[in-house]
Each structure stands twice: as structure tokens, then as C-alpha cells.
Write a protein that binds this ligand. Structure first.
Ligand code: SAM
Ligand code: SF4
Length: 331
């Protein structure tokens, strides 16, 4: 009698206590930034995490390997501005990952775009909240739109452009951004402004008491007016709902965390630059993985502890306002 063995490869997976599959990790590489966008950075709050508390690249590589073995499929590096961190391109070049992404303002000085193109990144999200030079400078507290645009022209990695929509500031530029997406053949994604800890004031542009604007409403209006066609594209586990620009093969996305939250299908967790694990943007409980990896030598033990922590991810946030800056958490 012949005995046959069948080997079944078990793919690791983390499922939280509400049955959500967690397979996306966002990692903030630094809380420092060369800009200070008004909705993100408090003027005086740049780079508050002491350097000794920031995870080293070696620590990050170890953490990434642990999360990979737990079933994380997609990694995104963010910040602060990830590209201001010294050695970041070498770090990307060393990574052994199928799917890793970057979110950047793309205006850091002396940026080697050719090298960035060749690091193996699967995609880059770039942030730009106005196509008007003076307004861009205002919202970023000093950024140069021309530098952004010329760097964007030279990117050869799939790009999405993120726009945080602020009432009375850039809500009159929606169609300009859609046209920009068409002329540059890139996906533009409009994002609802969230409340992080900032000293945000849009005094010069404010037209109402609140600078929040519901994008669910705006999206419906653009569809009714025939600018966009109903969701013809869908991306697995994406927080954005995508529409097609009428008559063009170009996508426009809407991220409506506030007017239409997607907590039921949330698949993401975050690590702050100081190594704190964040289970939700608006959860005020953080867990220090830095302490854990600095004292524990066994990666399996750390993996088991992370799985236990993920079980504490809440169904939805308890707070509507974060007590941290977007730059600390990574947006
Ligand atoms: N510096 C990079 C950049 O600007 O792309 C990466 C870090 S930034 C914190 C990541 C994303 O968070 C950006 O697209 C930014 O526009 C977004 N963001 C920051 N503050 C936000 C807020 N209050 N509401 C919504 N999105 C925000
Ligand atoms: Fe810096 Fe990005 Fe925050 Fe702007 S949004 S201040 S570029 S981290």
C-alpha cells in the first residue's frame, strides 16, 4: 500500500474579534516633515518624538518580517514626510516585499526621483491640496507647487494624487483637479478632512463655521451633473469609492471616513514612528512595540502578542477627534 502525503500550504491570516481580516499595515517612518500643512501639523509641533524613540531601520525590518509572517500583504510607508528620513531609499531598496507603497508630499529638497523610481515601490500616493501656487504655499506653510509638479512629471511608479477637501479653501478646485487627473492620466482621490490635533485655522479662506465638507454629497452632485459615472471600478479593500470621469478612462476616488465610515470592512492597522501600534486612527490606546522588540528576542513570541493586541481593535472609534497629529500617526 502506498501512503500519499498531501501538503497544504497554510496562508497566515490575522482576523480580529469582529471577523475583519487585517492584512494592511501603515508604518510611519518619522514624525518630522519639511512642510507643515495646516490640517496636519501644529506650527510649533514639528518633530516631537525624541530620536532615541524612533524605530531604527533594523528594528523596522524585523517588525516587517514578523507582520509578513502574520499575514500582512500590503505595507505603506508614511510620516511625517518619509522621504526626509536619512537612508530611506536604501531601506526601500533592501526590502523583500511584494507590495509596498509610499505616501509623500514629493517636495523634499534634493530628491533623487530616478532612484525613487527604481526602489521597487508598487505605488506612490502624492498629496497636493491646491493647484494655485499661492494657495499651495499657504496650506503647506511654504511649499512650492512648481517643485511638486516637476517631480510628479518625473515619477514612473503608479501614482494617486490625494486632495484633502476643505470648505472655503479648495472646494472650488474640484473640477480643476479632475481635469488635472485627466490631462496627467492619474487617479485623483478626494479625502474628507479629519480632526487631528492641530492649530488649524483657515481664517483667510473660511466661508462657514466649519471647514469640513461632505464628499458623499459632492460625489452625488458630480454624478448628477454628468461629470462622473457611477462606480465602475472597485478596488479590493480600498477605503475609496471610485468613479469614472465621463467619456475617459480615468478614475476619481472619494474617501468619506466621516460622512460614510467604512469601519465594518476596515483591514488596516498602523505603527507610529516611535513604534506604537495603533489599531484605529481615533483609538487613544497605543501599545509600544518598541519596548517589546527591544526586550524580546523571539519573533514568534512577539507575533503572538501582536495577534492578541489586534483582538482589541474596536468595532468603531470611541472618539471623533484624535489627540495626536496626523503627522505622528501617518494619516
Ligand atoms: N507627508 C506625506 C504626505 O503629505 O503625503 C505623508 C504623511 S501625511 C500625514 C499622509 C496623508 O494624510 C496625506 O495625504 C495628508 O493629506 C493626509 N492628512 C493629513 N492630515 C489630514 C486631515 N486632518 N484629514 C485628512 N487627511 C489628512
Ligand atoms: Fe507634512 Fe504630509 Fe503633514 Fe503636510 S500632510 S505637514 S506634508 S506630513
Amino acid at each position: 500500500m502506498t501512503i500519499r502525503y498531501i501538503f497544504i500550504k497554510i496562508t497566515p491570516v490575522i482576523v480580529d474579534s469582529f471577523g475583519r481580516k487585517i492584512d494592511y499595515l501603515r508604518i510611519s517612518l518619522t514624525d518630522r516633515c519639511n512642510l507643515a500643512c495646516r490640517y496636519c501639523m501644529p506650527v510649533k509641533g514639528l518633530g516631537m518624538i525624541p530620536r532615541s524613540e524612533i524605530l531604527s531601520f533594523e528594528e523596522l525590518e524585523r517588525i516587517i518580517e514578523i507582520f509578513k509572517n502574520l499575514g500582512i500583504k500590503k505595507f505603506r510607508f508614511t510620516g511625517g514626510e518619509p522621504l526626509v528620513r536619512r537612508g530611506v531609499l536604501e531601506f526601500f531598496e533592501r526590502l523583500d516585499l511584494d507590495n509596498f507603497y509610499l505616501t509623500t508630499n514629493l517636495v523634499v529638497p534634493n530628491l533623487d526621483i530616478e532612484r525613487l523610481n527604481n526602489t521597487g515601490l508598487s505605488g506612490i500616493n502624492v498629496s497636493c491640496d491646491s493647484l494655485v501656487r499661492e494657495k499651495y504655499r499657504y496650506i503647506t506653510r511654504g511649499g512650492d507647487l512648481k517643485t511638486f509638479l516637476s517631480n510628479l512629471e518625473r515619477l514612473r511608479v503608479p501614482v494617486k494624487l490625494n486632495v484633502v477637501v476643505i470648505r472655503g479653501f479648495n472646494d472650488n478646485e474640484i473640477r480643476d483637479f479632475i481635469n488635472f487627473g485627466v490631462s496627467h492620466d492619474i487617479t485623483v482621490r478626494f479625502i474628507e478632512k479629519m480632526n487631528f490635533r492641530t492649530e488649524s485655522t483657515f481664517v483667510e479662506y473660511e466661508s462657514s463655521e466649519s471647514d469640513f465638507i461632505s464628499l458623499s454629497h459632492m460625489r452625488n452632485k458630480l454624478t448628477e451633473e454628468g461629470v462622473l459615472e457611477e462606480d465602475v471600478f472597485s478596488e479590493n479593500n480600498s477605503v475609496a469609492r471610485y468613479f469614472r470621469v465621463k467619456g475617459k478612462n480615468v478614475k476619481v476616488g472619494f474617501i468619506t471616513h466621516i460622512s460614510n465610515p467604512f469601519c465594518n470592512s476596515c483591514n488596516r492597522i498602523r505603527i507610529k514612528a516611535n513604534g506604537e501600534l495603533k489599531l484605529c486612527l481615533f483609538d487613544r490606546r497605543n501599545y509600544s512595540l518598541r519596548e517589546l522588540i527591544r526586550r524580546e528576542k523571539n519573533d514568534c513570541v512577539i507575533g503572538e502578542m501582536i495577534k492578541d493586541l489586534v483582538m482589541m481593535k474596536r468595532k468603531e472609534p470611541h472618539y471623533a477627534v484624535s489627540n495626536e497629529t496626523a503627522a505622528e500617526i501617518g494619516g
